[in-house]
Ligand binder design. Structure first.
Ligand SMILES: [Fe+2]
Length: 591
C-alpha cells in the first residue's frame, strides 16, 4: 500500500450514502476498478445508509486502504439549490416535521468523516468532494458512455431538491443546463401510483410497469390530471393529490431498508377510487390504472426529451436516475424522439451516483475515462474458495440428495449446462465478478428454457414466488437481435424493452410478455465470454439464440458470495447449480 499515492495517480472513492441503494466504487487514474451496492453485503434489499461494507470491498479489490485514497466523492451537496430551498420553505411554510427532517439529513452527511474514521487501516487524509445529486447522475450516464458528445438527462424521485436535470457532455466536460425542482417529480408520481395500487415497498415500481401491459386506456384522463406538461418541456404535479410537499416524507435513511410513507393524499381516492390493499385481488381497474400511469409517465418523459432534443440538437442521449429503470419507456426512445442512440450504465439509479460522483471529480482534471461495456465490477471468488465451500458443505449436500462434479473443459461445461436448460431444468449460474446494478447479467443468474410455456410458473413455484403478471427476461446473442426483435439495438444491461417479432413470439413464450415484448439483455462475446459460449451452446442444441435469465435470489438481494448461492440452491427446488467449474445437481436432475 502507499505506492499509488507516491506515484501521484489519483485514487477516488465514490460513495452513494444515505440514499436507497447505498453503494461505493473505487477509481484509479480515471479507470474504474470496483463498484458494488451495500445491499449485497448486508443482505437487505435497497439498503440505505453509510456503505461501509461496499467501501471495504472496493478498497480490498484495489489492494489499498483509505490512506491511499486522494479524494472521496459523494453524490450529495448541501449547498445545491440552497436559495431555492430557502425560498420554498419561506414561501410555502411547510410543517415543522418537514423542516426537522431536512435538518436530520444534513446531520447525516456531516457525519461522514466519523464514519470513515471507523474503517480499518490508515486514516483518510485527502479531500471530501460533495457533488450535487443530479450532477452525479448526469456524470454517471455520460462519462462511461461511448459518446464524445451527448445530451445527459437524469429523472428520479428527489435528490438535493431536484427531480430531473439535463446538460451537455462534450469529451471531458459536462455542463448542467437545467433542473426540475421540488416538489415536482415524475418519480414521485410513479411511486405514488405504485403505492396506491397496493405495492408499498421501495422499488416496487417494476411491478406496476409489468402490470401496465394488461390494462387499457379507460383511466387515462383521470390519471392525466395528476401531471401537467409545460411548453419548455418541463412538468409539474397537481399538488392537491400528493403529500410530500407538505409533510416529512423521508428520502434519506441512516441504515436498513428504505421505507417510504404514502405519497398520495386523500384526493387520490376521490379521483381514482379506493386504494388497493397490498395482497388483495387485482381487478381490471387496477390494471387500467397501471396502464394509465405508464402512459402518463411516457408522455411527460418524451415531452421533456423532445424539448431538450430540439433545444440542444443532439441525437445521442445518456440517461440516468431512478426513472431510467423504466425499461418500457426506454425501449420507445428511438420511436418517440429524434435521438438515434441512447446509453445507460447498469446502475442507472442512485447506486450509480457513487460512480457519477467519482467520474465528476476525475474529469475536473483528468482524461476521458473508458466506455463501460460490462457490469462485472463486484466481488469474485477463486476456484479454491468454491472447492473449500463444497467440501465444507458435503454433508448438507448429501442430505439433500445432491451430487457434484467438476468440469474443467470450458466447452464441456457450457454444453452440459445448455443441455440441462434445454431439458427444462432450472439452473443457478454463478460465475466471475458480481454484477454492478440491479440486473443479473450472467454472473449471478438463474437460467431456464425460454421455449417452455410453463417455465414462468415452474420458476415461480420452485424459487421466485413472484406475482404472476411479472415477465421474465431473455439474454440474447448480440448478433441475433434483428432476427428476433422488431428493432435492431444493443441492450447490454437489460434496461430496454423491445417488441419481439410477431412470428417469433410463440417460440419463446417464457420470455414473451402479454404485449409481445421482452426486456432483453444483449450478450457480447467480449463482454462475458463464458455466458456467451453457454447461450451459443444452447443455440446449437435448440436453434434458439437466447436463454431465460432471472436474478440469482429468492426474495432477497441478488447473491454475492458462493455460500449464499449454495444456500439459495438448497433452500429452493432449483435443479442444478453451476458454481464456477463445479456442477451440483439435485437427485432427480440429470446432467
Ligand atoms: Fe437519484
Amino acid at each position: 500500500m502507499g505506492d499509488e499515492k507516491k506515484s501521484g495517480v489519483p485514487i477516488i472513492l465514490g460513495i452513494n450514502a444515505y440514499h436507497a441503494d447505498a453503494a461505493a466504487c473505487v477509481m484509479r487514474g480515471g479507470s474504474l476498478l470496483a463498484a458494488a451496492e451495500e445491499e449485497r453485503f448486508r443482505r437487505v434489499k435497497h439498503w440505505a445508509g453509510f456503505p461501509s461494507c461496499a467501501i471495504s470491498y472496493c478498497l480490498n479489490e484495489a489492494k489499498i486502504d483509505l490512506g491511499d485514497v486522494t479524494s472521496i466523492a459523494i453524490n450529495r451537496s448541501g449547498r445545491a439549490n440552497v436559495l431555492r430551498k430557502l425560498a420554498y420553505m419561506m414561501g410555502r411554510r411547510p410543517s415543522i416535521h418537514l423542516v426537522l427532517g431536512r435538518m436530520r439529513n444534513r446531520r447525516q452527511i456531516a457525519g461522514i468523516p466519523q464514519e470513515l474514521a471507523a474503517l480499518p487501516g490508515r486514516p483518510f487524509a485527502g479531500a471530501i468532494v460533495y457533488v450535487e445529486h443530479h450532477l452525479a447522475h448526469l456524470a454517471s450516464a455520460f462519462y462511461p458512455s461511448p459518446f464524445r458528445e451527448a445530451l445527459a438527462v437524469s429523472v428520479d424521485g428527489f435528490g438535493d431538491f431536484a427531480s430531473a436535470a439535463w446538460g451537455c457532455g462534450l469529451k471531458t466536460s459536462l455542463s448542467l443546463g437545467g433542473r426540475v425542482l421540488f416538489p415536482h417529480s415524475l418519480g414521485i408520481f410513479y411511486q405514488a401510483m405504485t403505492q396506491y395500487l397496493g405495492f408499498p415497498h421501495y422499488g416496487d415500481e417494476y411491478k406496476l410497469m409489468g402490470l401496465s401491459a394488461y390494462g387499457d386506456r379507460s383511466y387515462r384522463r383521470q390519471v392525466e390530471r395528476l401531471v401537467s406538461l409545460h411548453d419548455d418541456g418541463s412538468f409539474s404535479l397537481n399538488l392537491k393529490y400528493f403529500r410530500h410537499h407538505r409533510e416529512d416524507i423521508t428520502y434519506e435513511w441512516p441504515g436498513g431498508a428504505p421505507v417510504c410513507d404514502p405519497l398520495f393524499s386523500p384526493a387520490f381516492a376521490d379521483a381514482l377510487g379506493p386504494p388497493r390493499q397490498p395482497g388483495s385481488p387485482l381487478e381490471n381497474r387496477h390494471r387500467n390504472l397501471a396502464w394509465a400511469t405508464q402512459a402518463v409517465y411516457e408522455d411527460a418523459f418524451f415531452h421533456l426529451l423532445n424539448a431538450l432534443q430540439r433545444r440542444y440538437g443532439l441525437t445521442t442521449l445518456a440517461l440516468a436516475g431512478g426513472c431510467a429503470y423504466n425499461s418500457v419507456a426506454n425501449g420507445k426512445i428511438r420511436d418517440r424522439t429524434a435521438f438515434k442512440r441512447c446509453y445507460l450504465q447498469p446502475a442507472a439509479g442512485d447506486a450509480g451516483g457513487a460512480i457519477g460522483a467519482a467520474y465528476a471529480v476525475w474529469h475536473r482534471h483528468g482524461a476521458r475515462s473508458a466506455e463501460m461495456t460490462h457490469a462485472s465490477w463486484g466481488p469474485s471468488f477463486a476456484d479454491t474458495d468454491l472447492y473449500a465451500l463444497l467440501a465444507d458443505q458435503q454433508a448438507a449436500l448429501a442430505a439433500a440428495g445432491c451430487s457434484q462434479h467438476r468440469i474443467d473443459d470450458e466447452k464441456e461445461l457450457v454444453e452440459t449446462t445448455a443441455r440441462a436448460i434445454a431439458d427444462g431444468l432450472v439452473v443457478g449460474w454463478f460465475q466471475g465478478r458480481m454484477e454492478w446494478g440491479p440486473r443479473a447479467l450472467g454472473n449471478r443468474s438463474i437460467l431456464g428454457d425460454p421455449r417452455r410455456a410453463d417455465m414462468k410458473s415452474i420458476l415461480n413455484l420452485k424459487i421466485k414466488r413472484r406475482e404472476s403478471f411479472r415477465p421474465f427476461a431473455p439474454s440474447v446473442l448480440r448478433e441475433a437481435v434483428a432476427e428476433w426483435f422488431l428493432r435492431e439495438d444493443d441492450v447490454p444491461f437489460m434496461l430496454q424493452v423491445l417488441p419481439i417479432r410477431s412470428e417469433r413470439r410463440a417460440q419463446i413464450p417464457a420470455v414473451t410478455h402479454v404485449d409481445g415484448t421482452a426486456r432483453l439483455q444483449t450478450v457480447h462475446r467480449a463482454g462475458n465470454p463464458r455466458y456467451y459460449a453457454l447461450i451459443e451452446a444452447f443455440y446449437r442444441l435448440t436453434g434458439i439464440p437466447m436463454v431465460l435469465n432471472t436474478s440469482f435470489n429468492e426474495n432477497e438481494p441478488v447473491v454475492c458470495h458462493p455460500q449464499e448461492a449454495l444456500d439459495c440452491f438448497l433452500r429452493t427446488a432449483m435443479d442444478v447449480l453451476v458454481l464456477g467449474n463445479y456442477v451440483v445437481r439435485r437427485g432427480a436432475a440429470r446432467v
